[in-house]
Design a protein around this ligand. Structure first.
Ligand code: AQP
Length: 346
């Protein structure tokens, strides 16, 4: 089903929504693909709503104490990366019950055939589809609820989430069609920057991920300067020097990944990076990248450590954000129930 033919979003106030799972420590991939841009979006004059999607995190078993710690740590990561709780709404998903309620309603709108095409489910379930949770399978309809609960029109994400935003568009379009309404906007994914898919430092064909068993595969936002430099020094590469043009990186995924990371951290294009480092060996490029990464990431990890000393303040921020989010979400959920024919009498 194509969503393009549906109602344009002109009738909706522009609004940004995005989220990150507190299913582990935040990585450089989360930072460049999401967090850094979440902070930049605050300057565009559009309302920004950011969520720690703890209900998504539990689609894979989480130790309760670890989940609490990771949620607070991720909230500190958002703030340290520049998400300002007075300019954005920042909260954790489970504190706004409307997410789970709309997620159920959308389970009844989404089609099994659509879910069967989701590559993230296939990647995460692997050959184990009989034993993963039902929640992991239904994940994309809860994600559609996260976005549409706020009538969000824009969703900044990394490349890996594009398919889920497309499914959100399909759910919104089917709901509007089935109930002869134009109640939900058709949101757009916003995938921008030089590093929309940061790859593992050990394998340039695999996404950098917080749940990769190898810590050497990723840079964590809590890593100190030594750890960052060591991981970059040991990052898998090939024996060739950097080429004269970007075309020369076509079949060199690890080299391309490091160039993209450099570009995204420096705020340059990959073309500019290649122009600056054409012909350089990794023995020259890697230390330059490590210096840049430390300069950009160390202030974030220092601020995260400072914020972590006051978990009560983090909880206060998340609670206040949840109350503000709920005030937007509740009327949208109530109207959805009415459109679907539920009696609402209390
Ligand atoms: N490697 C990446 N490159 C660019 N963007 C990335 N994102 C994640 N990894 C990269 C973006 O970060 C946001 C939040 O993602 P998430 O944590 O909710 O889920 P995920 O994509 O499943 O991330 P992980 O790290 O791989 O988590 P686990 O290991 O728990 O599954 C999204 O915008 C995503 O695009």
């Amino acid at each position: 089903m194509t969503a393009e033919a549906q109602t344009p979003n002109a009738a909706f106030k522009p609004r940004i929504f995005s989220g990150i799972q507190p299913s582990g420590g935040l990585t450089l991939g989360n930072y460049l693909g999401a967090l850094k841009r979440f902070a930049e979006k605050q300057d565009e004059g559009i309302e920004t709503i950011y969520c720690l999607v703890d209900l998504h995190a539990i689609t894979v078993w989480q130790d309760p104490e670890a989940l609490r710690r990771q949620t607070r740590e991720a909230a500190a990561g958002f703030i340290a990366a520049g998400v300002d709780p007075s300019r954005s709404i920042l909260f954790n998903q489970s504190q706004v019950g409307a997410h789970a309620e709309l997620g159920w309603l959308f389970n009844c709108v989404a089609r099994l055939g659509w879910m069967n095409r989701m590559t993230q489910f296939k990647d995460k379930a692997g050959k184990n589809t009989e034993h993963v949770s039902l929640g992991l399978y239904a994940y994309p309809s809860l994600m559609a609820a996260d976005i549409l609960l706020y009538h969000a029109t824009q969703v900044p994400v990394g490349e890996d989430q594009k398919q889920h935003v497309e499914l959100t568009r399909d759910i919104a379009a089917k709901f509007n069609h089935d109930y002869k309404t134009d109640f939900f906007p058709i949101p757009e994914s916003v995938i921008e920057g030089a590093a929309t898919r940061v790859m593992s430092l050990r394998d340039g064909t695999k996404k950098m991920s917080k749940s990769d068993p190898s810590d050497a595969s990723r840079i964590n936002l809590t890593d100190d300067a030594d750890a960052i430099a060591k991981k970059i020094r040991k990052a898998k590469t090939d024996p060739e020097p950097l080429p004269e043009t970007l075309d020369g990186l076509k079949d060199r995924p690890e080299a391309r990944n490091l160039v993209n990371i450099y570009a995204a951290l420096a705020g340059h294009t990959p073309e500019q990076v290649i122009a600056d480092f054409a012909g350089a060996q990794f023995g020259t490029f890697k230390p330059a990248l490590a210096d840049l990464a430390v300069a950009k990431l160390e202030p974030i990890s220092t601020e995260m450590k400072r914020l972590a000393t006051d978990p009560a303040e983090i909880d206060r921020i998340l609670g206040e954000g949840a109350a503000r989010a709920d005030a937007i979400a509740r009327p949208i959920l109530e109207r959805t129930y009415e459109i679907m024919g539920m009696v609402r009498s209390r």
